[in-house]
Each structure stands twice: as C-alpha cells, then as structure tokens.
Ligand binder design. Structure first.
Ligand code: SF4
Ligand code: SF4
Ligand code: SF4
Length: 317
C-alpha cells in the first residue's frame, strides 16, 4: 500500500458552499457531531418547487465519501468476506476477477496493520479525465467520475494516468446477468458490461441521484463507509448523521496522495478496526469475497439489480 499519506486538508479548504440546516437535520447535530439516522437518509437530487425554470441548472449535491478505519475490520471479527465488496459485486455485476472496492491490508507506520477499502477517489482534479482522447471519462455535475462506454475505445490511457490503480480493463466479454439488455445502460449504471472497455467504481451515481447510499455503504455491517454532501456539509453511514467538515476535521482524516494535487473526494479516518475489537497485532487476513454469480445476484423485470440478502447486511437504504 502507498505510504503517500498526508495530513488532512482542513475542511475549510473544501471549496464547497455549506448550507447548514438546508437538509433540516444539520441543526440537530450536537457537540458529538453525530445524530442517529431514522428511516430516510440524504434527500434525492430533485429540483426545488420554487426553482425558476429559466435558471441554469445547478447541481443540488456534491458527493464525497469518508471511510472510518476505526470501524473497518475487514469483516474479520465476524469471520466473513468483506461485505462491502460483495455488496458492490452484486449491485453492479462486477466482472469476476475485478473488484471496484478493494480491501488492502496496510502496514501502518505505527507498527500495526489495518484494512483499507480502496475505491475511485472521484478526484476533483482527475488525471484520468484529462488524458482520455475521446472524452469518454468525465465528471458528472455532482462530482462522480464516470465512463461512457459508448465512447470508450479501450486505449487504457486513463488506467495509466490514474495514480490510485482503481481502473480495470475488460480483456474478454464479461458475463452479464440474464436480462441485462433490459438494464438500460447508462454511464451511472454500466450494465451490461462490454468487452474492450474500462470499468471502475462509479461512486454509485445511480443510487446517490436517488438519495440512496452507495451499495458498499449499505452492505457494511460495521457502518464504516459514509456518504457526504459537501454542499450541505452533512454525511451519513446509514446509522448516524454527521457534520462532515467536523467529522473529518476532528478525526485526523487524510486523503490518498494529496501531494499529487488530485483533490480526492474520499477521506480516511485512521484506525485498525478497534471499534469492533480488532487488535493492533491481529494477523487475521480478510477472506476472499464472492463474485455476483457466486452470490446469486439477478436483475428484476425492470432491469434493476436484486441483491441477495447476504450482500445487504448493513444500512437499510
Ligand atoms: S464491509 Fe465494512 S468492515 Fe467489512 S471490509 Fe468493508 S468497510 Fe470494512
Ligand atoms: S481515483 Fe483514478 S479513476 Fe478515480 S477519479 Fe481519481 S484518477 Fe480518476
Ligand atoms: S461506491 Fe458503488 S461502485 Fe463504488 S465501490 Fe461502493 S458500491 Fe462499488
């Protein structure tokens, strides 16, 4: 794992408008910076009723994520394969052999090991988008970095440019679920998968636009993965709601390879799974996650994924 970790950019350095209270929940966030989540999570990106039709459309949300390594124990303390990986595999029918969220075991400078889920960092200054010769990879208005597979020519320039190694190439035709042609391919939900194109974590753009947590976050039984809206400065793991700037600012969060100027939108809070009893000297390795076929994931008649219950263990949304 990279040793390239730097101090957290202070939350005030996040150049995003903050509308505390805009979600109607920020005011409820007390001194601990967290409140429990009830049934609903973040609102969907719908247009406000009084928006002027003539105004240029402004993105309602700017998505970011945080992964709390104090909570992530690689799912070892429950003796299971990483549920986040299986949740992602089942949601997206991730081609076997790929992992859009990888669980790395990291040797920390402090002498302990920790698990680090690695996803696309949705970099604000993304090298991948700059090198694509056909403009197939791009930012959506809410900050996700997507790939348009109708345009992708498989040159793999983006893979070479990404300093985080999160992109994968389909050398052969990946298996697709029955009825995949009904899945209504979009860059936000790139199913069916295609030979000769690049794939990666899309930060679950198809779910966030509906106000849902990413599939990996809902699957995490330890609630280690947070989705946050930088506009409202509110984040949640499905169990609690946090004021995001305070959450990352007071917990020494850092981003990967900040020195490259990529401005990742994924923060990590240091830890080694101690919240669930994992010790600093544990040598238990993470188990191998099952792919979507082994999990038995399918599409419903509307072309939407049906995740088996074994891949949906955490939050309810
Ligand atoms: S499901 Fe949660 S605890 Fe398990 S490996 Fe993933 S992030 Fe860590
Ligand atoms: S992590 Fe890699 S693929 Fe994701 S936005 Fe950054 S450079 Fe692009
Ligand atoms: S955000 Fe979505 S696509 Fe990315 S790793 Fe999580 S489940 Fe997979």
């Amino acid at each position: 794992m990279d040793s390239a970790r730097e101090k957290t950019t202070h939350p005030s350095g996040v150049s995003r408008r903050r509308v505390l209270g805009g979600l109607g929940i920020a005011a409820a966030i007390g001194a601990t910076g967290a409140v429990p989540v009830a049934a609903s999570l973040l609102p969907s990106a719908t247009k406000t009723a009084n928006a002027q039709e003539s105004e240029p459309a402004q993105p309602t949300h700017q998505w970011a994520m945080a992964i709390d390594l104090r909570k992530c124990d690689g799912c070892t303390t429950i003796d299971q394969a990483p549920k986040c990986v299986e949740g992602c595999n089942a949601e997206h029918f991730v081609p076997p052999g790929q992992e859009w969220i990888e669980i790395l075991q990291v040797d920390d400078p402090g002498g302990y090991t920790s698990f680090m889920p690695r996803i696309c960092n949705a970099c604000e200054n993304a090298p991948c988008t700059k090198v694509c010769p056909v403009g197939a990879t791009y930012h959506d208005p809410e900050g996700s970095v997507l790939i348009n597979h109708d345009k992708c020519i498989g040159c793999r320039m983006c893979m070479a440019a990404c300093p985080y190694g999160v992109r994968r190439f389909n050398w052969g035709q990946p298996p697709n679920p029955e009825g995949a042609s009904l899945a209504n391919y979009t860059p936000e939900y790139p199913v069916p998968h295609r030979k000769g194109t690049v794939e990666k974590c899309m930060t679950c753009a198809h779910r966030t636009k509906e106000g849902k947590l990413p599939a990996c976050a809902t699957a995490c039984p330890m609630f280690a993965i947070y989705l946050a809206d930088l506009n409202s400065d509110v984040g949640t793991n499905g169990k609690e709601i946090v004021k995001f700037s305070r959450f990352i600012g007071t917990n020494a969060a850092y981003r990967l390879k900040e020195e490259l100027g990529t401005r990742p939108r994924v923060w990590y809070i240091p830890g080694h799974g101690q919240d669930y009893g994992r010790t600093v000297d544990s040598t238990v390795a993470a188990k191998t996650p099952r792919n979507w076929q082994e999990l038995g994931a399918t599409l419903d008649s509307n072309g939407m994924p049906v995740r088996p219950s074994s891949s949906t263990q955490g939050a309810s949304n």
